[in-house]
Design a protein around this ligand. Structure first.
Ligand SMILES: Cc1cc2nc3c(=O)[nH]c(=O)nc-3n(C[C@H](O)[C@H](O)[C@H](O)COP(=O)(O)OP(=O)(O)OC[C@H]3O[C@@H](n4cnc5c(N)ncnc54)[C@H](O)[C@@H]3O)c2cc1C
Length: 377
């Protein structure tokens, strides 16, 4: 009997896992990949959309183009997961799995930050980035806050990138002198595992007059007064709020009984959950690595290698090492890179490469290689 693989979520983790299984097992693979949306969008494309560097249409990668032998893509909303029975219910059907992989990412908890939904804006969802794209042209003077409402959050450098790109956006329009930019973050430094990256970002902030407010998160907004309230009670006035909402696993995961403290606990070496033949990869899991696409992809590679070895014989893969490289937009058309290693040593480490034009091309290649691999583009 063919093994029935059911992969929940077609983000970085789900796409890479389905691709690897398809490559190894071919048209007999028996993979069902389920996602409720009709297109994939890279996380960093939200910054491009928000600042008008690309249109929403340009950054969409339709799942209709994800065509792989042995993979069936279903656009369905998952409404229940029974990890004991490995049974998944959607708005359209019930799917039984021999191997279940949960790759549903992290969702946003707007209610956790009173005032955010009514009086703030966020740039972490496609819709939020599109809304800000429409609003930014009318921001011509006053105080802008890039504010993080809770940790962990996806792509730790992204709020710093947003502040630097906002500086460029306002400078290009001749408005920078009329505006102040503050960045509120619940870390002591912009990228804690890499002191060199943090130092370079702090220098870039200082050169551009961007205020960095460390060790604080935005706990509520008072839209009537135009004030962001921080977790120590301090108040920061704002005219424009660019928010990073508090994150949590999607409701369907929280309701499945798989999660603990908001996310799915896994053995970080193998990505196995406590349920037999059920794995969790990427942002939805507690692995001990940041929430970023490169880590979701790396975890998917380990799960794929393990499943292929189980089916075809051969050695199990080495333990997941939690390594990944992130590109960091510094503004002014420059991109830096940080290589982080979260699991192989006693504590996380990071190595920084100075922003350069070569890294701009490397970041483009990072996106282009995934577009080609997953979407034949
Ligand atoms: C502004 C920004 C910049 C970023 N920059 C980078 C970067 O430069 N590099 C990097 O590596 N990462 C970056 N990230 C982070 C990256 O986008 C995420 O960490 C990554 O997408 C996580 O991959 P995943 O597979 O775990 O989950 P996701 O990619 O979030 O995929 C989860 C999928 O599950 C689907 N889903 C959820 N619930 C349901 C349901 N009930 N039914 C059906 N489908 C469902 C969703 O539609 C989604 O497609 C950035 C993120 C943001 C917001």
């Amino acid at each position: 009997m063919k093994t029935r693989f059911v992969v929940l979520g077609a983000g970085f983790g789900g796409l890479e896992l389905a691709t690897l299984l398809s490559e190894a097992l071919g048209s007999d693979a028996g993979i069902t990949l389920i996602d409720e949306t009709d297109a994939f969008v890279f996380g960093y494309s939200k910054l491009d959309v928000m600042f008008g560097r690309e249109t929403p249409d340009e950054v969409r990668l339709p799942y209709a183009d994800f065509v792989k032998p042995g993979v069936r893509f279903l656009r369905e909303t998952i409404t229940a997961i029974d990890p004991e029975a490995r049974r998944v219910t959607t708005n359209k059907a019930v799917h039984e799995a021999d191997v279940l992989v949960v790759a549903l990412g992290a969702d946003y908890d707007f209610d956790a930050t009173p005032g955010l939904a009514e009086g703030g804006n966020e740039f972490y969802s496609v819709r939020g980035a599109e809304r800000l794209r429409e609003m930014l042209p009318s921001f011509t003077r006053g105080r802008a806050i890039v504010g993080v409402c809770g940790a962990p959050f996806k792509c730790p450098p992204a709020p710093s990138e947003a502040a630097l790109l906002l500086h460029d956006y306002l400078s290009q329009r001749g408005l920078r002198d009329e505006c102040q930019i503050s960045l509120v973050m619940p870390f002591g430094s912009p990228v804690p595992p890499s002191p060199d990256t943090s130092a370079a970002l702090l220098t870039a902030f200082a050169e551009r007059g961007i205020e960095f407010v460390p060790e604080r998160r935005v706990s509520s907004l008072d839209p009537a007064r135009g004030v962001a309230v921080l977790d120590d009670g301090a108040e920061l006035p704002y005219d424009l709020f660019l928010g990073v909402p508090k994150h949590r696993a999607p409701d369907v995961v929280l309701e499945s009984g798989m999660a603990k403290d908001g996310y799915i606990p896994v053995d970080s070496r193998t990505l196995e959950t406590r349920f037999a033949d059920v794995y969790a990869v990427g942002d939805v899991a507690t692995v001990g690595v940041p929430k970023a696409g490169v880590f979701s992809e790396g975890a998917a590679r380990i799960v794929a290698a393990s499943l292929i070895a189980q089916l075809q014989g051969g050695d199990q893969p080495p333990a997941y090492d939690g390594r990944g490289a992130c590109y960091v937009e510094f503004g002014a058309g420059r991109v830096g890179r940080v290589d982080v290693d979260f699991l192989s040593g006693p504590k996380p480490t990071g190595t920084f490469q100075e922003p350069s034009g070569v890294l701009v091309a490397e970041k483009q290649q990072f996106g282009a290689s995934r577009r080609a691999r997953w979407f034949n583009r």
